[in-house]
Write a protein that binds this ligand. Sequence first.
Ligand code: GLN
Length: 473
Amino acid sequence: MELSQLTIAEARRALDSKEYSALELTDAYLEAIARKDAELHAYLEVWAESARAEARSADERIAAGSAQTLTGIPLAIKDNMLIEGRIASAASKMLEHYSASYDASVVRTLKDHGVVFLGRTNMDEFALGSSTENSAFGPTKNPHDASRIPGGTSGGSTAAVAAGLALGALGSDTGGSIRQPSAFCGVVGLKPTYGAVSRYGLIAAASSLDQIGTIGKNVDDAALLFGAIAGHDTKDGTSLREKGSGRTMKKKLGVPRAFLGAGMGIESDMKARFDETLTRLKGDGYTLVDVDLPSLAYALAAYYIINPAEVSTNLARFDGIRYGHSVQAETIHEVYTHSRAAFGPEVQRRILVGTFVLSSGYADAYYRKARAVRDLIRADLSKVLEEVDAIALPTSPVAPWKFGEKADPTAMYAADIFTVPVNLAGTPAISVPSGSVVRDGVKLPVGFQLIAGHGCEETLFSIGKDVEKGNSQ
Ligand code: GLN
């Protein structure tokens, strides 16, 4: 078994044809994790014993001929999704010892499939960051260059898939957290349409932006995982009823050229890789059209007001009283302040900014203004997406950086420029590896991003596969 190359689709065939058992496959992953993860730190916890037990039941199901797509497939789960009886810490000291009392809906679905859960993966604390450096338990390394970040916040999940330490993974994407680390680790990451996958049991960061999505070695694997977890869920009030949009492809891509100019902080070779992919798609019969999306210039500012606003309200529940880290003190005020000191610096920063932009006297100037910009972005994108199948953008303006290089938080925020508009609009988007750049003599992967209209994941898969084809040429 060559785990670093193996795909879910191939493993499915091998398991069904009894080439190897789910237990053998699981053992191979556990062995690879034992060998490589001390260095990489993709996992916060590995569940070897229960993974083997799940693999044995999967083998029984396969033998009985009742296997589903994901039966016996070893997956990794980001540490912000609840699994009953397991710790779900969101990589925070606040929830270091918090054991989930129920399954997230996606976990329930995967359990029904008979998936093997290898462990929970590292992330930025409460899914706030872009590098996995904000984890309270130490960062994950990029499998392509251990001196560089894997991206974030789902950096543990994407590093695990890239390094052959899981066949696929779930992540969450609030402003790019699946797409950007997927790009940085050289794997495929899908951020589905808002509401296409249930958020029930996902530890909330910014509820109107958060979306669970999938990570795989190729587009087919990301699509396969999405097919398994998508669907209506009565436990999530924002869950969509309808599935897919059934639009026919025009093979037409929109490129917001003005958004890719100087001043957006895009590195020249990153831009060159993007242009090369576009040229290749054009050669494949795609029509490229320049699209005008002036509101995108304000997406980053709007996002970094709306995200902290929602984070500050969602994280108010961690007060030292109800659950999570609690410090005993003389007064209730001291209980709050001492307990909440367990939040790391970035989380505290978001709570402060969020509380400020929501405070009376400032809410009109900041929060409501940002909401108006969000409406504009959503309207602009959906208008353009009526004309084209998808909008193409780089996933990231920059290559994976060195640890500590973006210590200034606003420098880190600026790197999210091409991913945050998608979450503001609620549309689906995918990052597919396409080409590479060299930093300090090391080849690093580059991601190509496609954004489609609401419910048009199939469009992303179809164009994504065309992008992928070029990688093997
Ligand atoms: N980097 C963005 C932020 O810090 C997005 C994070 C995410 O998608 N969870 O908010």
